[in-house]
Design a protein around this ligand. Structure first.
Ligand code: ADP
Ligand code: MG
Length: 339
């Protein structure tokens, strides 16, 4: 029987096939016909349509902050993604491991299980995403030593301190990649009276997004970029120049929420584990970890070493993969549920 791991992220879905590695990476997006509710495209194809859809077509992201926001769209997406991996997967219904945020409640857990089973899985097991990311980042989570991982995704920042294979302290902060994009859009509207698309906000964040100027002593990054939007007063298309300093100011508040979440988690751990972290430091994962200046800022606030995991965006799914490959019968340690 096939064993697969699915990281059902707010922004991106990734699938690991036991014995093969990562076989799929696509945006968690679905294009739906408004009238017939028919699914027209999923993943990359759906994302390309976002913001440019003709009347009657909507592009949605069925996962919000790691939980299922649109059930039917989520089933369609997971179904098609599993079929896409099918070349590698072969026939038959797979056994699936999925990672979920720490803060998820029982109803939300159930919804994730239902989506995966409806999409054609034979059985499903849920794993804490922080645990998966830590394993994928190569942290020795089973050792009797504290280690800390902060995963910054699209919808949530998952913060966790682990020891002996279990989470000792954790929290989910609802400030992450999407919140940064919204903060950038708001800032540009307030400062320049210009409205930009979600795609543009994300693009500018990835291109020149940095919070370096918030770190004392560091010169603001001399990055600049021209972007296009619509003037909300004249209604006409305009181009404006944005600087790294604009970015730092725009993102200051959500970044502060992320940093506060890390500090609050550290305040809640036993002293011995805190002492371990002086050696081990904090490891960042998720694509949001790539934001310029973030490791330095977290290090400045916590006085701990901060590093970015190798392959930060793939940590969670790689961790699921490692669990799948760990032993032939993972169900001895992980409970799978069938329909
Ligand atoms: P999820 O697991 O929630 O699907 P990911 O780990 O794929 O999320 O991270 C997606 C987020 O990372 C998005 O908000 C995206 O804009 C952001 N991101 C991607 N690359 C960068 C970058 N270079 N700098 C800052 N943020 C980035
Ligand atoms: Mg993620």
């Amino acid at each position: 029987m096939k064993n697969i791991g699915i990281d059902l992220g707010t922004a991106n879905t990734r699938i690991f096939l036991r014995g093969k590695g990562i076989v799929l990476r696509e945006p968690s997006a679905v294009a739906v016909s408004d009238e017939t509710e028919e699914v027209l495209a999923v993943g990359l194809d759906a994302q390309r349509m976002a913001g440019k859809t003709p009347d009657g077509v909507s592009v949605c992201r069925p996962i919000k902050s790691g939980v299922i926001a649109q059930f039917d769209a989520a089933v369609a997406m997971v179904d098609i993604f599993m079929q896409k991996s099918a070349g590698a997967l072969g026939s038959g219904h797979p056994r699936v491991m999925v990672c979920v945020p720490y803060s998820i409640n029982d109803v939300e857990r159930r919804a994730v299980e239902e989506v995966v089973l409806e999409a054609g899985a034979k059985s499903v097991a849920l794993i804490e995403s922080s645990l998966a990311s830590a394993i994928g980042a190569g942290l020795r989570v089973t050792h009797p030593k504290g280690s800390m991982i902060v995963d910054i995704g699209g919808g949530t920042t998952e913060i966790a301190v682990m020891s002996i294979g279990a989470i000792v302290a954790a929290r989910s902060v609802r400030a992450a990649g999407d919140t940064l994009d919204e903060a950038i859009s708001d800032y540009i509207r307030r400062k320049y009276n210009v409205m930009i698309s979600d795609n543009t906000a994300e693009y500018v964040k990835r291109s020149i997004g940095s919070i370096e100027s918030k770190i004392a002593g560091a010169a603001p990054a001399p990055k600049e970029m021209e972007i296009r939007g619509r003037n909300i007063i004249t209604g006409l298309p305009v181009a404006i120049r944005l600087t790294g300093a604009d970015m730092a100011e725009a993102m200051a508040e959500p970044v502060a929420q992320i940093v506060d979440g890390i500090r609050a988690t550290l305040e809640n751990i036993p002293p011995e584990l805190a002492a371990d972290l002086i050696e081990e430091g904090i490891v960042l994962s998720g694509a949001g970890a790539l934001l310029g200046g973030l490791p330095a800022l977290i290090s400045k606030v916590t006085h701990l070493k901060v590093s970015i995991a190798k392959n930060p965006t793939d940590c969670s799914v790689l961790g699921l993969g490692r669990l799948l490959e760990y032993t032939g019968d993972v169900d001895r340690i992980i409970r799978f549920r069938t329909k």
